[in-house]
Design a protein. Structure first.
Length: 562
């Protein structure tokens, strides 16, 4: 239990003490004590105490110090409040002189409690009394920490299950406990939490909550379910990587004082996760090898693929898409996130958890520096399904950016495949979609393969013919040098990418709609083309696409020379 001024004043040693102001602050926690034998900088109108007082500190002083500095006491109380002090005890004579009204008024307003003790006890004795209580409480807390650490260490050494850890934690914090892994799957629970663990509705709601969290180490976040249950979510980290969550049911504000047991349990769970990951490494390697061989066209029949792939979630019937996610380069050409193999696995787990939360039938795997997603669907028409896939992948990328400090990611999406033995071709299409997007410096984040086939045909034409066509359509903005022409070309490019939607163009460019209208009108006038004419629009789309191809060709040539 936290030590407060209210508790101290009930001790026999402090018999006769009276609270003269700031009664509402008597429950502030005391963490240390200090003594003031004179007011610092007492000639100053604003004494500076920030350098020697700290949060949770109880200040002892004498009546003489207070009465000899009455002009600056109001500012003194304000600075005590700003420092987060717990209060003040004034040692007084048997005949207490009235304290300054400005000081008492500031104390009551700021809820900074002031107590007066008129007895013969010295300041040193008062401090010793409080210090002994604080030290005893620290000793009890250390012993409790050691005992909790011993309990959890014993569980780890004995190979306890996650449910054993949850049950032990429940006995310490007196709340039902659930434990999830890094894939947001329930892996353990205490006996009192079983009803939530087996509830599909609760698990679905919990998944929707934690999949959108950006977990911070050693921090507790709260959530209220639709049924009114208030729960606490504590992330489990190891070496900076998320290993899962501890879910504490029936929480209230007192849970903040129980962070130490949660930290101890999280350490043991993280160690257990590392141990289990090591045991699973062989199985995971076989899984990765299977998918790598599958995507490299190492299997020739559907029967052979299903024989090995069924246990990994592959379905023999359905429409399949392959999506390939990559970590994009920043503007200076460097990778925006320093990924190693574990980093890609962490990304894979994030994507899998997000797609699971969206009820998407998806299998994720890591292949080289790509995260590969195999999507399966049995509903709607192919065109409707593809639109849904693109929308879903775009939202997944938004989630990835938020969860990874706004780092850049992009996805290539294949055409649909109606047989498992065509997944290898679909994988190649997704990789090509990403490559073409990089070559054309596309600003979109999800790139479908079907729209990447036109640039392939264009690249087959002679370079000088492409340059001639681009210049004839785009005229002075084809190869812009001035800032104005660069802005016009950029606006035209985004306008065409956004399907001639002025509102979306303005949003992407962070411009006012009137500015976009002005630039587009200037383009029409300069190019002598109409955006309302389908033929003119096709010419512009082709010319802008050729511009990007030529620009990419020039960049590659510069790199080759350098």
């Amino acid at each position: 239990m936290a030590l407060t001024l209210k508790k101290i004043l009930k001790l026999p040693f402090f018999y006769g003490a009276s609270v003269v102001a700031g009664e509402n602050g008597l429950d502030s926690t005391i963490e240390s004590v200090n003594v003031m034998v004179k007011l610092p900088h007492q000639e100053s109108a604003s004494p500076d105490i920030a350098t020697w007082l700290c949060r949770g500190q109880l200040l002892f002083t004498t009546e003489h110090v207070i009465l000899s500095n009455h002009r600056v006491l109001s500012a003194f109380i304000h600075q005590m409040s700003e420092a987060g002090c717990a209060g003040m005890i004034i040692k007084a004579s048997h005949h207490i002189s009235p304290l300054p009204k400005t000081m008492l008024s500031a104390s009551s307003t700021l809820q900074m409690p002031i107590a007066v003790l008129p007895n013969e006890k010295g300041l040193g004795d008062m401090m010793s009394q409080v210090m002994s209580i604080l030290l005893n409480e620290k000793q009890v807390e250390l012993e409790r920490t050691f005992e909790i650490h011993r309990k959890f260490s014993k569980l780890f050494l004995n190979g306890a299950t996650m449910s054993d850890i949850a049950q032990t934690l429940t006995s310490v914090v007196h709340h039902p406990i659930l434990i999830t892994n890094s894939k947001r799957t329930m892996v353990g629970w205490s006996a009192s939490a079983r009803s939530w663990a087996v509830s599909e509705e609760f698990r679905e709601e919990l998944l929707q909550f934690i999949v959108n969290q950006s977990p911070t180490e050693n921090s507790l976040s709260y959530y209220k379910t639709t049924s009114g249950e208030r729960l606490g979510v504590y992330p489990i980290h190891s070496s900076g990587n998320l290993k899962g969550y501890i879910i504490v049911m029936h929480t209230d504000e007192t849970l903040k004082t129980l962070l130490m047991p949660l930290e101890q349990a999280a350490q043991v769970i993280a160690l257990e996760s590392v141990k289990q990951a090591a045991l699973m490494e062989g199985s995971n390697r076989l899984r990765e090898e299977f998918f790598s061989e599958l995507l490299d066209n190492g299997y020739t029949s559907v029967q052979e693929i299903m024989k090995r792939g069924e246990k990994y979630g592959l379905q023999s019937k359905g429409i399949y898409w392959v999506a390939v996610c990559q970590v994009d380069s920043s503007l200076d050409g460097r990778i925006s996130f320093p990924f190693n193999s574990r980093g890609y696995e962490y990304l894979q787990e994030q994507i899998q958890a997000y797609l699971d939360a969206k009820h998407m039938n998806a299998i994720t795997t890591v292949k080289g520096d790509h995260i590969v997603i195999i999507l399966t669907s049995n509903d709607l028409s192919v065109s409707q399904q593809e639109g849904r896939m693109i929308q879903l992948l775009q939202s997944a990328l938004s989630h990835l950016r938020k969860s990874n400090d706004n780092h850049l990611f992009s996805i290539g999406l294949s055409n649909h495949a109606d047989q498992l033995d065509r997944l290898a071709r679909a994988y190649q299409e997704a990789v090509l979609a990403l490559k073409h997007a990089n070559d054309s410096h596309s600003s979109t984040s999800v790139h479908a393969y079907r729209v990447q086939q036109v640039p392939d045909l264009i690249r087959m034409l002679p370079y000088h013919k492409l340059r001639e066509f681009c210049g004839s359509i785009l005229k002075s903005i084809a190869f812009p040098k001035s800032d104005e022409n660069i802005e016009l070309l950029q606006t035209l490019d985004v306008y065409l990418q956004q399907n001639c939607n002025v509102k979306e163009t303005a949003r992407v460019l962070f411009l006012h709609r009137n500015t976009v209208f002005y630039r587009l009108n200037k383009c029409e006038s300069l190019l002598q083309l109409s955006f309302k004419d389908p033929v003119d629009l096709l010419k512009l789309q082709m010319a802008v696409m050729i511009h990007h191809i030529l620009k990419s060709h020039e960049i590659q040539a510069e790199h080759t020379l350098s």
